[in-house]
Design a protein around this ligand. Structure first.
Ligand SMILES: *Cc1c(COP(=O)(O)O)cnc(C)c1O
Length: 477
């Protein structure tokens, strides 16, 4: 493909874009329970307009765009106050949860380098439920992840194991509020005590739940769950605006107990013939759009707006959890603390259920098993889903009946099939054989993903991760 010789009209461009989109998940009908968090139409229009208004401004240079500094300060201060930080708490606006987490890990590493230079193999303690972004940070920044198991009933980080995992090389403790997979908050107060006792940095990943939990606490009838700066020992927090903050994507906040921690986040150089570079973020040039849109979301929703949504979403979530737990084939893992949970089954392959639901337009997110959790499907409920929950539950019943009525795709059978198929194959041949078996044709994805997901479930995790990387490398030109 080449750049077109001659310009194409705006109308033609937009119509082509919309036709490209016909193959995508429909994120506007409320049938997708991951990836997108849609607010009311009116609020979405406001944030969109704010985004476009600031599309061209560049937050790279605070001296040229003071209005972006002002908005970033206001957004950070509003979120720091919501998370009960005092006026020493500072933060940065980032492009997403991953960037917030990368920056917190990099800051912790650089603080340890400065203050504990004898540590040459820094370790970070990660409950198995911590988000993959921490593993990415570990790989990017040369940190050794030390994994901690979960309580088999609550799916919280196992505290006894957590304490044992700490060594003289530990530089960072991590807990989640909540962990994404099952929507369950780690015992943050206990982790804070461990952090204080050992004089260690504790990062709380409140990417998905920070805003939701803060408003949930304000609503009568909900048991308050403490995870924020009110908990002694919490050093930093990541809070996404583009999830339950209902801002458009490209918006997250990383917060620190005080400026001395954030200092390690900032990079500056004048060793280049180009302009002086001083960045708090990983990105350098960055659009003002996400900042303006997040600022607009907070103002358009107001605390009252967030509380209303949290109430409504939790009411629906409880209905869903109760109905699924009453189902003979399905159950919800643990007792979710927020509007996110996961569905497992002792009788059917839930990845087949995801495919069956996909045929009806629903998207449920497959998650692989761990030593503590069976394979399951993740559901995040947000405002945009509320109108269709009842039909979702009916379709879930029907789809479960369909899957239960035919012979199941068994993980052990798939494992044997794959072992036989891969016998004597080079890595490249192995990929080719598996792709063919899974129904990949060239760059086209298969209609049904249950087999692919079950293969990944059956394979050792490192091998599965290798295959995914190979797949992505082949998918894009
Ligand atoms: C979504 C999420 C992240 C990563 O955020 P991105 O915005 O996708 O980069 C990290 N931690 C938790 C708990 C999350 O839910």
């Amino acid at each position: 493909m080449k750049i077109p010789d001659n310009p194409i009209s705006r109308a033609e461009i937009l119509s082509r874009l919309i036709s490209y989109r016909s193959v995508d998940l429909d994120v506007r009908g409320g049938k997708v329970f991951a990836y997108c968090y849609n607010p009311e139409k009116e609020i979405e229009e406001t944030t969109k307009q704010a985004y476009v208004e600031y599309l061209s401004e560049n937050a790279l240079d605070p001296t040229s765009f003071p209005s972006l500094v002002r908005m970033e300060r206001e957004v950070v201060r509003m979120i720091a106050n919501l998370l009960r930080g005092d006026d020493q708490v500072v933060g940065s606006f980032t492009s997403g949860g991953t960037e917030s987490i990368l920056l917190a890990c990099k800051s912790a590493r650089d603080k340890a380098r400065a203050e504990k230079p004898h540590i040459t193999q820094p370790e970070i303690i990660l409950p198995k439920s911590a988000h993959g972004a921490f593993h990415k940070a570990a790989e990017y920044f040369g940190l050794n992840p030390v994994l901690v198991g979960l309580d088999r009933k609550t799916f919280q980080a196992d505290l006894a194991e957590y304490e044992k995992a700490i060594t003289p090389n530990t530089i960072l403790l991590v807990g989640s509020a909540p962990q994404y997979a099952q929507g369950i908050v780690d015992p943050i107060r206990a982790l804070g005590q461990i952090a204080l006792k050992r004089n260690l940095w504790l990062h709380v990943d409140a990417c998905v739940g920070g805003i939701h939990l803060s408003f949930q606490r304000q609503i009568p009838g909900f048991e308050p769950i403490d995870f924020d700066f009110s908990v002694p020992g919490v050093t930093s927090l990541s809070v996404d605006m583009h999830k339950y903050g209902y801002a458009p994507k490209g918006a997250s906040i990383v917060l620190y107990r005080d400026k001395s921690y954030r200092r390690h986040q900032i990079f500056s150089t004048i060793n280049s013939a180009t302009y002086a570079l001083v960045n708090a973020n990983i990105q350098s040039s960055r659009s003002g759009g996400p900042i303006a849109a997040a600022w607009a979301a907070l103002h358009a929703m107001g605390s009252a707006g967030y509380r209303d949504i949290v109430s409504a979403v939790m009411k629906k979530t409880y209905q869903m959890v109760d109905r699924i737990n009453a189902h003979p084939h399905l159950r919800v893992l643990g007792k979710p603390d927020v509007c996110m949970f996961s569905i497992a089954s002792d009788t059917i392959n839930v990845f087949e259920l995801a495919d069956e639901m996909r045929k009806k337009g629903w998207y449920l997110q497959p998650q692989f098993s761990t030593e503590w959790t069976p394979m399951n499907l993740h559901i995040s409920v947000s405002y945009g889903n509320l109108g269709v929950v009842d039909s979702f539950l009916d379709d879930l019943d029907a789809a479960t009946d369909v899957v239960a009525g035919r012979p199941p795709l068994k993980v052990d059978d798939v494992r044997h099939q794959v072992i036989e198929m891969l016998e004597g194959a080079s890595p490249a041949e192995a990929m080719a054989r598996l792709s063919q078996a899974a129904g990949f044709v060239g760059n086209e994805l298969p209609q049904e993903m249950a087999f692919v997901n079950t293969v990944l479930e059956a394979l050792p995790r490192d091998m599965g991760a290798y295959m995914l990387a190979e797949f992505l490398n082949d998918l894009y030109v």
